[in-house]
Write a protein that binds this ligand. Structure first.
Ligand SMILES: Cc1cc2nc3c(=O)[nH]c(=O)nc-3n(C[C@H](O)[C@H](O)[C@H](O)COP(=O)(O)OP(=O)(O)OC[C@H]3O[C@@H](n4cnc5c(N)ncnc54)[C@H](O)[C@@H]3O)c2cc1C
Length: 555
């Protein structure tokens, strides 16, 4: 590869233009900074490229990353050799995971920021408090909800912490299976409520309301009713005239000057040339796995173990929400073809089991919610044959008669659960891939067992004649929620970033995706990630860029 040219320097570079990178691009460029954003994938256009084609979107690598180009490897303990595995895949293209996310956007809870204070030492885990509290994030949760157009109903979740504003859009209508869920919750004294969705139900900033189709979880949405950064924040950043987007541009290294500060990045352009882009600030938002990988790949005399890694903590304490669930089978159709193909993928949920109750035998808890079993080619039904007559029979017998209740498993941070560079496996550019080492903590296994059994009980109260539990045994990678590989905290010896997502070691390097989360929370994390990215970018433009510094005092 050759160096072809050196573009003019800019104020800020954003690497990765998904949920958090799209947020960073908007906030920085709207504040007047000259920004270049890179994404390794293409810049698709929703109305041209997206549809409800189940094979294309779910079974092919149209949006999913191609494991031959972007492999990852997985091992379950330190001693094993990691095997290639599509662990925690999210779309690698402009818009990132928001291209085919379901868009459940519940808020985190106050307890999520206080895991160490609440629980002290948990054997085998590495619990930490966040260096911020819910109150520091609340204004930004509200900003994302309003800018993005979130539908929901304030107060319906009786456990919801303080919110400064209602939702901009009314909640999605309950589905047929959702009604069953609410009935069961009423019987059992559980507070069921409509999960807030990144889906507009009224006109919102030029976008039409949701057309009541279930073709959106894992599909690209051509209607643009589903909020994603591809059709919202990124065009808004471009409209400022301050943002230049370079798609199909793979960033392979963050450059460092003699003073140990970041000077920009080296990327591979769509023609395969290596290009250097200089910049005053570098913002990483590649997702927690790839942000850690890029930091570890960016070795220099000042940082022989990877950029910003003087603590040796980059990649460690990685947390992932394995999705566990119970499927309920009903005698009557509860999701018939009409309702199955319309309506929405998930309906009601509850925070009833979120806070610690030590009588359950574990700490923490998680959000649970009722959903379809997805679509027929990919029906989520344990033991179902995946082809032939057996599959057809299973679909006929069960597809319209099944619902599931799933849990966002609130896994515990463990230092040895981590991302590092695989010593043997390389990607399409000849660079070491991310190797994931993960063994669930005993608390994760106990929580999964208790919660899945509780979900089965709710399904039975909803009228299920049979329930099929799917517990956690080992981390299968059935997760697209990634956190914790570059923890935020006040101590530079044990954490990577400070409370502003700013590297302790490199003052002009910020990591604004889930990598900074000291704990995973028990909710779908993207709203929290986007709010946190917005908060960090406000700090960059309002404080850091003016040569000032501020600290947050907690506790
Ligand atoms: C099917 C599905 C359903 C989901 N549903 C929900 C949900 O309901 N609620 C929820 O909260 N979350 C959901 N998620 C998770 C959500 O998508 C992620 O949490 C979120 O996208 C993470 O945001 P991010 O900015 O960290 O990374 P991403 O959105 O993944 O963006 C990272 C970007 O970085 C780019 N990139 C990576 N490496 C490089 C490189 N070296 N150079 C240049 N660019 C690079 C990638 O191409 C990508 O576009 C879902 C995900 C999937 C896949």
């Amino acid at each position: 590869m050759t160096h072809t040219r050196k573009p003019d320097p800019v104020d800020a570079i954003v690497v990765g233009l998904g949920a958090t990178g799209g947020t960073a691009a908007k906030v920085l460029s709207e504040a007047g900074m000259k920004v270049v954003g890179f994404d390794r994938g293409p810049w698709l256009r929703a109305q041209e490229h997206y549809s409800g084609d189940e094979l294309k979107f779910i079974n092919r690598n149209y949006l999913w990353p191609d494991p031959k180009l972007f492999p990852r490897t997985l091992r379950h303990d330190e001693e094993s050799v990691a095997e290639p595995f599509p662990f925690s895949p999210t779309p690698q293209l402009v818009g990132g995971g928001t291209n085919h996310w379901a868009g459940w956007v519940p808020r985190p809870r106050e307890s999520d920021f206080l895991q160490r204070s609440l629980h002290g030492d948990l054997d085998g885990a590495n619990l930490a408090d966040w260096p911020i509290r819910y109150e520091h994030l609340e204004p930004y949760l509200t900003k994302v909800e309003w800018e993005f157009g979130i539908s929901g109903i304030a107060g319906a979740d009786k456990y919801e912490p303080y919110r400064s504003k209602d939702y901009p859009s009314a909640p999605l209508r309950p589905t047929r299976f959702g009604k069953r869920f609410y009935e069961a919750c009423n019987k059992l004294g559980i507070n069921g409520f409509p999960i807030p969705h990144a889906m507009v139900t009224n006109q919102h900033k030029g976008r039409d309301p949701f057309n009541t189709t279930s073709f959106w979880n894992q599909y690209g949405d051509p209607s643009t009713a589903r909020s994603n950064t591809l059709t919202t924040f990124i065009p808004e950043a471009v409209a400022t005239g301050n943002f230049e987007l370079r798609a199909e541009s793979f960033v392979r290294e963050i450059k460092v000057g003699k003073d140990g500060r970041a000077t920009g990045v080296i990327y591979i352009d769509p023609d395969g040339n290596e290009v250097e882009q200089d910049s005053g600030i570098v913002v990483l938002s590649l997702g927690a796995i790839e942000s850690a990988r890029l930091m570890l790949m960016s070795k220099s005399p000042s940082f022989p173990d990877g950029l910003g890694n003087s603590s040796g903590q980059v990649g460690k304490n990685a947390t992932f929400h394995e999705y566990v669930f119970a499927v309920g089978l009903f005698d009557q159709e509860i999701d018939d073809p009409l309702y199955g193909w319309t309506g929405n993928y998930i309906s009601g949920g509850t925070f009833e089991f979120y806070e610690t109750d030590e009588d359950r035998g574990h700490i923490g808890g998680c959000l649970i919610s009722a959903s379809q079993t997805c679509h027929p080619i990919n029906m989520v039904f344990p033991g179902r044959p995946t082809w032939g007559q057996g599959m057809k029979d299973a679909d006929r017998d069960y597809f319209s008669f099944a619902m599931k209740i799933g849990a966002i498993l609130h896994d515990m941070p463990v230092e040895s659960n981590r991302v590092d560079l695989d010593p043997a496996v390389k990607d399409a550019w000849g660079l070491p891939v991310a190797r994931i080492t993960h063994k669930p903590h005993v608390n994760d296994v106990a929580m999964s067992k208790w919660q899945v059994d509780k979900n089965s009980e709710i399904l039975r109260a909803a009228g299920a004649r049979k329930t099929i539990p799917v517990y956690l045994q080992r981390m299968t990678g059935n997760t697209c929620h990634q956190h914790g590989t570059a923890r935020m905290g006040t101590d530079s010896a044990t954490t990577v970033l400070n409370e502003w997502c700013q590297s302790h070691d490199v003052d002009n390097l910020f990591v604004v995706d889930g990598a900074g989360f000291p704990s995973s929370t028990g909710v779908n994390p993207t709203l929290t990630m986007m709010a946190n990215a917005w908060r960090a970018c406000d700090y960059i433009t309002q404080v850091y860029a003016k040569g000032r510094e501020e600290r947050i005092k907690v506790g």
